[in-house]
Design a protein around this ligand. Structure first.
Ligand code: MG
Ligand code: MG
Length: 627
């Protein structure tokens, strides 16, 4: 698959954009007119630079408001077009995007449109240019790709074809199956963009909220499957207008973009192989070859569970105290490293003091149990995840590690059927183990994402670890709305919550020194939360204090048995109930930027106590701002 990206997706100057695209590994780019007009580079310079960088200049765009106009306007439009065709020849480019008319069309007549497009095609032919005609979702008279293609067929000129843009097609819910009926020779270009399903006008949705494939909710593998089955072999190019990407680091966004195409290519191959709509269903037919070659990746399977969570800290006293009060057992120090292991049942927490000078306690790494760490690591690296190297001694387990977009280190560990981990034997030599009173597992981990890396993080966990994004929620907090995106495995053995914190929460507090004020947590599931809380209370645990108003509201909503309500209140426990079951949980105070949560899931309760999250945010805000 030939990969491409429109320069409009990225921040920076044309030169910076081109360099970033080459480094990320794109085959070609679309030159967005604005980027050229504002560039000090001459068209000849751009042409040379692209050649030196190994980038094809695959599409010049956009050319707007051409067809369905009065004769006077047509004349002006043809003159405008000819100037662009001449410019393209200096750039060494041969394909231009012409979108359906939005602003100046006054005549709704396919016959007239066809004759005007025919004149354009004829002129383009004189300059060796191909016109890719694209239906905008908000085009005045032509807003549907099948309509645009009918016009291309009517004109029947070798220099006029169509451009298929997934956003314009999927935002309108047009059926994608008829793409297969389009003559492949007439598909001059394909653009892909994903988007969250939003209910707003389609122009604003398109201009601000497009995201890279895998970061939104469109069925792009299916769209691409139809394109491949049509016989198309040209560029598959990202055209993503996004307010965040246009102001974040250009090199990093280009890599995120490339990852999305590598992933989409694999997903499209899978869609084609799977049937029933993909290929002629099964057997030999599903392995049918298409003119476009689709690369695949090392196989991925969902992680079976969390292997460990790691907190890094310079001063570990507070963390040790908290874990001990919660009922974790100290399993000793690593035999060669400044690292401690604490466990409760299958829940393992590492406290890492290495390279942590002056570091406030913070979540630094997560281990996941996977079927094959080597395969999972190969996949992640092909998806351009940075490798994390950790120093190990000869007889120690080597972890395959990659860095997530928020720089949390992700370790791919060999899972074992009984949930144990071989590497724990590297800890606590000579230490007498006390045996576990309590069973527990890591239930979920909640990570704060910097605003500029949120979408990237969703794609990272989707593509590298096969976690499935759930519909996102917004949680009110005193400093703004917190966007919360759950990523989980189909059996919910791994639940990762990505929170997009309000910008303010990461900012400087008055004249104080900068500190990470957004808090992250690790939650552990136990069988009996009330008993766990009582034992923790006896050990002197400082619970997050829940306001009395909360319990009044709880009683009003759920009509709880008075004794049970009193217990909840006494122990600062939170409660939720839905059709599937019940949820009990409590939070510890925060150390550094990390706190812990203990939960008990009753029945098939699958949530996270969402109605309680605003209470937690408010109380934490209060304690942070108390002097
Ligand atoms: Mg487009
Ligand atoms: Mg939680």
């Amino acid at each position: 698959m030939r990969t491409g990206i429109a320069t409009v997706c990225l921040s920076g100057t044309l030169k910076e954009k081109m360099q970033a695209c080459a480094i990320a590994g794109f085959d070609g780019i679309e030159i967005f007119e604005q980027d050229l007009v504002t560039s000090p580079l001459s068209p000849e310079n751009v042409r040379t630079m692209a050649a030196d960088l190994g980038l094809g200049l695959d599409l010049y765009q956009p050319f707007r408001d051409f067809d369905g106009v009065t004769p006077d306007l047509l004349k002006a439009n043809l003159r405008r077009a000819e100037a662009k065709f001449k410019l393209m020849s200096r750039l060494g480019m041969d394909t231009i995007l012409v979108c359906t008319n939005v602003a100046t069309a006054t005549i709704d007549d396919d016959g007239l449109r066809a004759s005007q497009l025919s004149e354009l095609a004829e002129l383009a032919g004189d300059h060796g240019v191909k016109v890719a005609y694209e239906a905008l979702a908000w085009g005045k008279y032509v807003n549907d790709y099948e309509h645009a293609y009918r016009l291309v067929e009517m004109v029947d000129h070798p220099n006029l074809g169509t451009c298929l843009d997934s956003f314009h097609i999927l935002s309108r819910d047009w059926d994608t199956a008829p793409i297969e009926k389009i003559d492949a020779e007439k598909i001059f270009f394909v653009q892909v963009a994903d988007a969250p399903k939003l209910s707003m006008d389609v122009l604003s949705w398109s201009r601000h909220y497009r995201v890279f494939p895998g970061e939104g909710q469109f069925e792009l593998a299916k769209f691409m499957g139809h394109v491949v089955r049509a016989g198309y072999t040209g560029p598959v190019s990202l055209e993503v207008f996004n307010d965040v990407f246009r102001q974040s680091d250009v090199d990093r966004t280009a890599v995120d973009a490339m990852r999305s195409l590598i992933w989409l290519e694999e997903q499209s191959a899978n869609w084609l192989a799977a049937g029933p709509e993909g290929a002629a269903s099964s057997g030999a037919a599903s392995r049918r070859r298409y003119p476009m070659e689709l690369a695949t990746l090392p196989k991925v399977s969902e992680p079976a569970g969390f292997n460990f969570a790691e907190v890094k800290a310079d001063d570990t006293v507070q963390l040790e105290k908290l874990l001990g009060q919660l009922g974790f057992a100290f399993e000793g120090r690593h035999r060669t490293k400044d690292v401690q292991l604490w466990t409760m049942g299958q829940a393992r927490v590492i406290i890492n003091e290495q390279a942590a000078s002056h570091a406030e306690p913070a979540i630094a790494a997560l281990g996941f149990d996977v079927a094959s760490p080597v395969i999972a690591s190969a996949r992640a690296q092909q998806l351009k995840a940075p490798v994390v190297a950790r120093r190990v001694q000869a007889d120690e387990e080597v972890f395959q590690g990659i860095a997530a977009p928020d720089s949390t280190e992700i370790f791919l560990c060999q899972g074992s059927p009984d949930g144990t981990a071989a590497w724990t034997h590297e800890f606590g030599e000579g230490l007498e183990r006390t045996g576990q009173a309590q069973n527990a597992v890591i239930d979920h981990v909640n990570l704060a994402q910097p605003w500029q890396h949120f979408d990237e993080a969703v794609l990272f966990y989707t593509s590298a670890l096969a976690l499935e994004p759930q519909p996102f929620a917004e949680v009110p907090s005193p400093s703004g709305l917190v966007r919360s995106q759950v990523m989980q495995t189909s059996d919910a053995a791994v639940r990762l919550v990505l929170n997009l914190a309000p910008a303010q929460q990461a900012a400087v507090q008055g004249t104080q020194t900068v500190r990470k004020t957004y808090q992250e947590h690790i939650a552990f599931a136990v069988d009996d939360l009330v008993a766990t809380a009582r034992a923790a209370q006896d050990r002197g645990l400082e619970f997050l204090q829940i306001p009395a108003n909360y319990y009044e509201d709880l009683d009003a909503r759920f009509d709880l048995e008075p004794g049970f309500l009193a217990t909840l209140k006494e122990l600062n426990l939170l409660y939720d109930r839905d059709a599937d079951g019940e949820f009990l949980h409590f939070y510890t105070a925060t150390v550094g930027s990390v706190f812990f949560e203990m939960v008990e899931r009753r029945g098939n309760y699958d949530g996270y106590g969402a109605p309680n999250a605003p209470v937690r945010h408010a109380v934490q805000y209060d304690s942070l701002h108390r002097t």
